[in-house]
Design a binder for this molecule. Structure first.
Ligand code: SF4
Length: 353
């Protein structure tokens, strides 16, 4: 099995009670079938454990403030502390580790919805990289378990992902220039695939012609507006996003935005690493649905939303707080499969406009 690990995956350590925003609050944690069976089989003495599990909905119950029922006042998990780590369900055991499965290939990353992971992405002074290893592990899934997986497309996507990564890592170019090239070329790739021209669709990247239009604050705000289409998960963040949208509907100070971009040190590096995180984690997943444009565009969308919210924070408080905004944004997007699907659909529509 080929295994690819995004940087920092293997060295991740949860900071538990020291975490500024525990992952045990604000979202319904779904429980996998094996764990549900294990919890069901617990004896009567464990009734106080079972009371915290919603067996009908197959998730952990929540307190009024949306904390997981197992979250203790000291910020630690009651289940882990009192019943042992082996009792954790798959999601809790894995989080923030994220795995994408392909036939004989597994890709590992750390969800940026965890503050530690977000900080590692934002504070990395180099471009994010990944490591590839190969071992004797056999693929446990049968062919049919990969559903709509498109093997030929996957091969193309691997090639294109390398091209995109190289473009993002190009020195002496502003992030927006690189993003515009990727956006233009991926539109062409999607067009070729829609027309059935498989062979050589990656060649779209060889001819980058014409003037690339300049990205303005308006483009950033337009992407921010797409947040409205998501299922709201954390009320405080959603309200904050709505306030930002309201602010930008009345104030579109391009000069101030330029001042912000010039003043935040390493902003281009930070944008690039956020984009690299999204490209590594989600791009090849398009082999399951054929929507390659939106899989690439999601990386630019994420950068724009995080940047424009950081700009708003900088106007208000003089501080951009990029890593805090990144993990909060990723909690809205990545903690819900529906939201990940919705945003891909919304971005796909921008391609057909
Ligand atoms: S969000 Fe990350 S650091 Fe915080 S408790 Fe969860 S895994 Fe640990």
């Amino acid at each position: 099995m080929v295994k690819r690990y995004l940087e920092d995956y293997k060295t991740f350590t949860c900071i538990a009670a020291d975490c500024p925003a525990t992952c045990c609050s604000g979202w319904l944690i779904e429980i996998d079938e094996k764990s549900i069976d294990r919890y069901k089989s617990l004896s009567k003495e464990n009734n106080d454990f079972k009371e915290n599990v919603d067996f009908a909905e197959e998730c952990f119950k929540q307190k009024e403030n949306k904390d997981c029922a197992f979250l203790r006042a000291d910020g630690l998990c009651k289940m882990q502390k009192e019943y042992g780590e082996a009792m954790l369900c798959y999601t809790c055991d894995m989080y923030p580790r994220h795995i994408e499965e392909f036939p004989n290939v597994r890709e590992y990353s750390l969800s940026a919805s965890c503050p530690v992971s977000a900080m590692q992405i934002v504070e990395n002074t180099n471009y994010l990289s990944y490591l590839t290893e190969e071992d004797d592990e056999k693929d446990a899934y049968e062919e049919e378990e990969y559903g709509q997986f498109n093997d030929a497309l996957y091969g193309k996507l691997l090639e294109i992902r390398e091209i995109i990564i190289d473009i993002f890592k190009t020195e002496n170019k502003k992030f927006e220039e690189k993003a515009a090239v990727i956006d233009n070329c991926m539109k062409k790739v999607q067009e070729d695939l829609d027309d059935g021209f498989w062979d050589g669709c990656e060649k779209a990247f060889e001819k980058i012609d014409g003037e690339l239009s300049k990205t303005t604050l308006k483009d950033y705000v337009d992407d921010l507006k797409l947040m409205n289409s998501l299922e709201p998960l954390r009320e405080d963040f959603v309200q904050w996003v709505n306030k930002a949208m309201d602010y930008f509907s009345k104030n579109r100070d391009e000069e101030k935005f330029q001042e912000f971009e010039d003043n935040i040190s390493d902003l281009d590096q930070i944008k690039t690493n956020i984009a690299l995180y999204f490209i590594f984690t989600y791009f090849c997943g398009a082999a399951y649905d054929d929507y390659v444009y939106s899989a690439a565009r999601m990386s630019i969308f994420a950068v724009r939303v995080v940047t424009v919210l950081a700009f708003k924070n900088w106007i208000e408080n003089g501080d951009a707080c990029v890593s805090e905004i990144l993990y909060k944004f990723c909690r809205e997007l990545e903690n819900s499969n529906d939201n990940l699907i919705t945003i891909r659909q919304e971005l796909d529509e921008t391609y057909y406009q």
